[in-house]
Design a protein around this ligand. Structure first.
Ligand SMILES: Cc1cc2nc3c(=O)[nH]c(=O)nc-3n(C[C@H](O)[C@H](O)[C@H](O)COP(=O)(O)OP(=O)(O)OC[C@H]3O[C@@H](n4cnc5c(N)ncnc54)[C@H](O)[C@@H]3O)c2cc1C
Length: 509
């Protein structure tokens, strides 16, 4: 029984979306996952009654319908429901002050008025008006139905007719967001704020972040009725829903199954070999691995056909992590999220300048034991791999450096919970080496640092027949909505446009 229609390497959100669409359309699919649980960077782990998250914590556009979020659309197609808890606010600590901020246009404007005055509010209004037509184009072209590799000229014309008055804006969508910011924002706080949001989305500053991704974010976060969604049970619930859809339609997922190489018959991908020597034969292979890992999976003699430029892709930085279990007593109005920026002058990409925290037990009591809270914090994609790569995790040099560099978490946290040090029940620090170990990502990186100023992320095609990619190294790029879309594009490549369109029709797309 080692023969499949498709083998997918990796069970990140991209791989799971791809697999579950393929299984729904009747393909016999095997997912091989290196880790002992599915989800990729979105996996979680349990310790002493706490459920710790390791990756994404900001979710939106999943529970409502219609939605522009490809993951929300895919879950609807799969008929899978996830219980979501709505919330609106997060705690912000920036050099200008500490405050609670709700998503939505008005709360932000109110804060800008307090911090910067009316003139800056006017500037912001003009900026948002300039983005609105871009957001409208995105609403008119659902990402799921517009794979750049399969949309033909006639379909482009059809799509273009929907947003005819704004057609001149189309090139802007593929460019860097910073150009739009430069044209409208002078206020340093506003510019820094947009730079921060861009960095959180792409791991790159605003001039390198894709405008379409930012226009989507503005559409979701700055509308009057905006809200965020926390999946009850954490990101694991999203992963479970996708795995459930995959399995109920006949899919097989093998955990702790690291793929060593993709096998070829001539120049056609024909299966995989695992590190433990097991072989699986398949008509198609999908790699949900990052660009660098994917290259390594291709035998050397075949590899040279791959675009040599792809070898030198710049990578985003890695992460420091903190996982805390702590005493919740007497802590009122704790935010579910908090973001801390130390110094705008150092720039948003500077090491240990930005920390992000998520305390899901504020909304979902099941995430921590009674009377406790669970917290995940990280420095977003700005920890250099190079200072860690040659260290041995058993050596004191590593341990001391870990303590020293991760100390910034508690420093930022004391601004929200002054006596946090006395409340700690469990404390775990993670470094780029930890991140790499549990996510199997190259250098523990967030993904490719492909600047929007230089063009789009590569599509899911490879130079080899029946070998396809999906995930954060493929178009449209990094982030949950993006990798979900890329998983769907990879599935479309295999089932064909006709069957894919039929599936989308089931959810009116
Ligand atoms: C700390 C953090 C916070 C984030 N926060 C957010 C957020 O709030 N909102 C948001 O939208 N996005 C967020 N992101 C980004 C988003 O989570 C990722 O872009 C996305 O989940 C990546 O999905 P993927 O499909 O590319 O696969 P990945 O998650 O990278 O998974 C790939 C899988 O392939 C497996 N694998 C690798 N090599 C092999 C092999 N040889 N054999 C078998 N399996 C293999 C890995 O073990 C892994 O499970 C965050 C990311 C991180 C790291």
């Amino acid at each position: 029984m080692n023969r499949y229609d498709v083998v997918i390497i990796g069970s990140g959100i991209g791989g799971l979306c791809c697999g579950s669409i393929l299984a729904l359309s009747g393909r016999k699919v095997l997912i091989c996952e290196a880790h002992n649980q599915p989800g990729g960077v979105a996996h979680s782990f349990r310790l002493k009654g706490y459920k710790f998250e390791s990756g994404p914590s900001l979710w939106s556009g999943i529970g409502k319908w219609p939605t522009t979020n490809p993951l929300g659309q895919i879950l609807r197609l799969l008929d899978e429901k996830v219980e979501l808890i709505k919330y609106q606010g997060w705690h912000v600590s920036v050099p200008e002050g500490n405050f609670y901020l709700e998503v939505g246009q008005e709360p932000f404007k109110k804060r800008v008025r307090l911090l910067r005055g009316y003139k800056s509010v006017e500037e912001w209004d003009a900026f948002v008006s300039a983005i609105k037509p871009l957001s409208q184009i995105i609403r008119d072209i659902p990402l799921l139905s517009s794979s750049p590799e399969t949309t033909n000229f006639l379909e482009y014309i059809k799509l273009a007719s929907k947003f005819l008055p704004n057609i001149h804006l189309l090139p802007k969508l593929n460019g860097g967001f910073g150009d739009i910011v430069d044209n409208h924002l002078k206020d340093p706080f506003l510019r820094n704020w947009v730079d921060l949001l861009s960095f959180l989305i792409s791991g790159m500053p605003m001039h390198d972040t894709n405008s379409a991704a930012m226009a989507t974010l503005f559409d979701e976060w700055f509308e009057p009725e905006s809200y965020l969604e926390y999946p009850k049970g954490g990101s694991e619930s999203i992963v479970k829903a996708l795995v459930n859809a995959f399995k109920k339609n006949g899919g097989t997922i093998n955990l702790s199954s690291k793929v060593e190489s993709v096998n070829f018959s001539g120049d056609v991908a024909s299966g995989v070999t695992l590190e433990n020597g097991s072989k699986f034969i398949s008509d198609f292979v999908v790699m949900n691995t990052d660009a660098w890992t994917s290259r390594k999976l291709i035998p050397r003699e075949i590899q040279r056909e791959w675009d040599p430029k792809a070898k030198d892709i710049k990578k985003c930085g890695s992460f420091l992590h903190i996982h805390l279990g702590f005493d919740a007593s007497g802590l009122q109005n704790l935010p579910i999220h908090a973001i801390h920026v130390d110094d705008w002058e150092r720039g948003i990409t500077a090491e240990r300048n930005v920390t992000v925290f998520s305390i899901p037990s504020v909304l979902d009591k099941g995430m921590a034991p009674k009377g406790k809270h669970v917290l995940h914090g990280y420095t977003p994609a700005n920890e250099p791999w190079e200072i860690w790569e040659n260290l041995n995790t058993n050596d004191s040099t590593y341990k001391n450096l870990k303590e020293e560099r991760c100390s910034i978490f508690l420093k930022s946290l004391r601004k929200i919970i002054p006596d946090i040090d006395n409340r700690i029940d469990i404390k775990l620090f993670g470094t780029p080496l930890t991140h790499k170990k549990y996510t199997n990502t190259y250098c523990g990186s967030y993904g490719p640092a492909l600047s929007a100023a230089q063009g789009l992320f590569p599509g899911c095609k490879t130079p080899f027949k029946n070998l396809i990619t999906c995930g954060a190294s493929s178009f449209p790029g990094i982030g949950i909505p993006a990798v979900s879309a890329s998983g769907a594009y990879a599935a479309e490549k295999i089932i064909g446009k006709k069957q894919y369109k039929k599936l989308l029709k089931m959810i009116d797309l």
